[in-house]
Design a protein around this ligand. Structure first.
Ligand code: UDX
Length: 436
């Protein structure tokens, strides 16, 4: 099988490298010349565990190549994946499909053989129909099918998620599309990974429904955490207690500072827009979006409370540990840390921050924050320490040393990575999420 991957960002690069590892012949295409140059030099444009090695091995084996030329890259491809970005359109929250449609046009103009065109990017219901129309209008004489095949990759665990998926969803409208996709995923098929074949519009909706449901689960437990604090209950045990019920499931019930990242915030908004367009409001998702937005700022206020309230915070110093939206990534998109830092600096607090991978990207997003190169440099002289992202390095802080160098032993743990008894026994004033 020859596969072309248009867009060598997070999804395209991970998927392309994994397909090559299955034994397919893969070309990753991107308009960004410097990105392609760096990939040729073995430099990854993103941080993802295991990716550099996987790319290296498959380049060496001759199964993975890179180019900026779409026309060249798609030549002879059995399947052409569209994996370009679909950011939120400025102003209205709709997914911006201009990149997807531009690629579809270019594919139409350059198609040199029969091929299946697959949308891998997260795209609203009906996008596949539009891609099909664009290809038809291009007047190509070759046979083609347009298929939807959403990704379900978590950053930081993307390669594992790709190779051992809970399921593969394929939305196709004809046998040609299904047949080629069966070949593309044959190694996983043989591995007995569940594959769901369905219609294209259904497949497009599955992706949004999955992300909105997970975002709802997180937001639900976050609200339960707030209630726990009020009634004197423990959200960790509430999660366990409900998660043991198979109908509920234990995952995505970890209370925290609110979800962020490149998918949940953008996809929930886009789903709301689709629902609005079709006059079929999804009120639960509307509430989830609102609750999660206000939660991020509330987390900043929680840190201010630990300092003795906003009115006493001016001139105090806070150590912010963790900036990325979750560990094992350098991704800062919609990270709760941005709102937390903003709330603190607005109140006149001096903030010093450390993150193992995210500081370079974070710095311009929080210009008033001082970035330091290790956790203890942030903690030195701090009136409070706030853990915002659960990187492993923060799980193993030397509490004795922290207590010595901080101005006050005040720890706000927005990820519940410490046990309250342990930290209090070490002499800290400790607050966390939902452990009332
Ligand atoms: C997500 C989906 O999991 C994936 O299937 C989809 O394809 C893309 O979006 P990702 O954004 O990489 O993946 O992150 P994920 O690990 O799902 O976490 C999302 C956010 O939710 C993070 O901010 C995380 O901290 C938060 N979260 C997750 C919680 O607060 N509690 C949880 O229990 C789980």
């Amino acid at each position: 099988m020859k596969i072309a991957m248009v867009g060598s960002g997070y999804v395209g690069l991970v998927s392309g490298a994994c397909f090559a590892d299955f034994g397919h012949d893969v070309v990753c295409i991107d308009k960004d010349q410097s990105k392609i140059d760096r990939l040729h030099d073995g430099i990854m444009p993103i941080y993802e565990p295991g990716l550099a090695e996987l790319v290296g091995t498959n380049v060496k084996a001759g199964r993975l190549t890179f180019t900026t030329s779409l026309a060249e890259g798609i030549k002879g491809a059995d399947a052409i994946f569209i994996a370009v970005g679909t950011p939120s359109r400025r102003g209205d929250g709709h997914a911006d499909l201009s990149f997807v449609y531009a690629v579809a046009e270019e594919i139409g103009q350059n198609l040199a053989n029969d091929a299946v065109v697959v949308t891998k990017s997260t795209v609203p219901v009906g996008t596949g129909d539009e891609v099909e129309r664009i290809l038809k209008d291009s007047g190509t004489s070759h046979k083609f099918a347009v298929v939807s095949n959403p990704e379900f990759l978590r950053e930081g665990a993307a390669i594992g998620d790709f190779k051992r998926p809970d399921r593969i969803v394929i939305g196709a409208e004809d046998e040609f599309g299904r047949e080629v996709m069966r070949e593309v995923y044959r190694p996983l098929f043989l591995n007995e990974s569940p594959i769901l074949f369905t219609g294209r519009r259904t497949s497009e909706l599955i992706k949004y429904a999955a992300n909105a449901f997970l975002a709802t689960k997180i937001t639900f437990i976050n609200e339960m955490a707030d209630l726990c604090e009020k009634v004197g209950a423990d959200v960790q045990d509430v999660s366990r207690g409900i998660g043991m019920d198979n109908r509920i499931g234990a995952k995505f019930l970890h209370a925290g500072p609110g979800y962020g990242g490149s998918c949940f915030p953008k996809d929930t908004l886009a789903l709301l827009k689709t629902a609005e367009d079709y006059d079929s409001p999804t009120r639960i998702v509307e509430a989830v979006v609102k609750v999660n937005d206000s939660r991020k700022r509330a987390m900043g206020r929680k840190v201010l409370d630990a300092l003795g309230g906003a009115e006493n915070a001016r001139g105090k110093k806070v150590a912010l540990l963790g900036l990325t939206f979750k560990p094992n990534t350098d991704d800062m998109r919609d990270s709760p840390a941005i709102a937390v830092a903003q709330t603190l600096t607005d109140a006149g607090v001096e903030v010093a921050a450390f993150d193992p991978e995210g500081m370079e990207i974070a710095a311009p997003l929080m210009p008033e924050v001082t970035m330091v190169d290790e956790p203890y440099a942030a903690i030195e002289g701090a009136d409070a320490i706030a853990i915002v992202t659960e990187w492993d390095v923060f799980r193993a802080l030397d509490l004795k040393r922290v207590k010595e160098i901080a101005k006050a032993p005040v720890l706000v743990d927005l990820r519940n990575i410490y046990r309250p008894d342990d930290v209090r026994a070490a002499g800290f004033e400790y607050s966390s999420i939902g452990r009332g």
